[in-house]
Design a protein around this ligand. Sequence first.
Ligand SMILES: Cc1ncc(COP(=O)(O)O)c(C=O)c1O
Length: 380
Amino acid sequence: MSFNFDESIDRRHSDSDKWRKYEGTDVIPLWVADTDFFSPPAVIEALHERVAHGVFGYGLPPQELIDIFIKRMSDLYQWEIKPEWLVFLPSVVSGLNLSLRALTNQEQSSIAPHPIYPQFMKAALFADRDQISAPIKLKGQRWVMDLDCIDNQCSGNEKLLLLCNPHNPGGTVYTREELMEQLTFAQQHELYVCSDEIHCDLILEKGLKHIPFATLNEDAAQRSVTLMAPSKTFNIAGLGASIAIIPNAQLRSRYIQTGAGIVPHVDLLAFVAATAAYQHGQPWLEAQIDYLRANRDLVMERINAMPGLKMMPLEATYLAWIDASALPVDNAHRFFEEAGVGLSPGRDFGNEKFVRLNFGCRRELLEEALTRMDNAIATL
Ligand SMILES: Cc1ncc(COP(=O)(O)O)c(C=O)c1O
């Protein structure tokens, strides 16, 4: 079966967060992290079928989803997980916030990579806890977390290490050695680890493989909360079905208690979409990866040919992290927005000299956006 990712789908009147921001303008939205593609046909069919049933009372996690997810972890990562380790959540962001509140107290702090997906920082802010930033630095052409350099900032009050693998922004797929260094750091400082692995299915670089932090060894498993979801993988982020995997029973019970009565149940249509996606979505996912890889190559080539812009090879995600520090403008995000391209401001992730470009869209639109960026730079 072939899938057409070049199809133009009008999202302007669909209450899309990404598209509504620029409603009534000509700006091409390449910011918030969803794609402009149809979800896998099997997901759309399953939703139609469930809607036709017509009764939408309270739901429970489908046994089918539990079975499929467990098999997926075993097939992909040789990770043998037990059904009771799974905590279903309406969003990974809820999972991050729960980790902060369940695994630290008011006097304890967390450590998070920097730059990072903004909700990592907000989770500490919302919980009113201190957070130490571990810089993401270039090692060769890869963005990796430097934990050595924060050793002297640690006071002994740290309790939680937040990881993002693959990393957003920067797209790094951490190697086993790098993960082992993170584990050693967690052991030395007696930290729990919350590993956000939402982008784990979107590895674009051939030959690389995702390794869940919790699979490193039993010690890693016992100190960890792993967050995964089909939302980015199959473009069902608006439906919100996410999974926390927590092998340690004590941590799991604290985690569940912290969210009780506050974090809502997962929407029953989200369960339907997640089940169909994991069950039947693999051929679609493989085609999407090929399409995104070609988009990435195009973005790499065009961006690195633009004076003042630079990006490193991106191993995973559809989110290009672009260094605009050599561009002679005060605010690169505003500059490109005025030129008709809506990127994410690097400031939100912790570096105002950067912008983030979401290339999860049809190629023709991407080419038009890149041409607009090129033309705008030519006027400087
Ligand atoms: C690393 C990371 N975690 C979490 C999320 C959001 O997850 P959710 O929509 O399930 O809350 C995103 C979305 O961009 C992300 O990049």
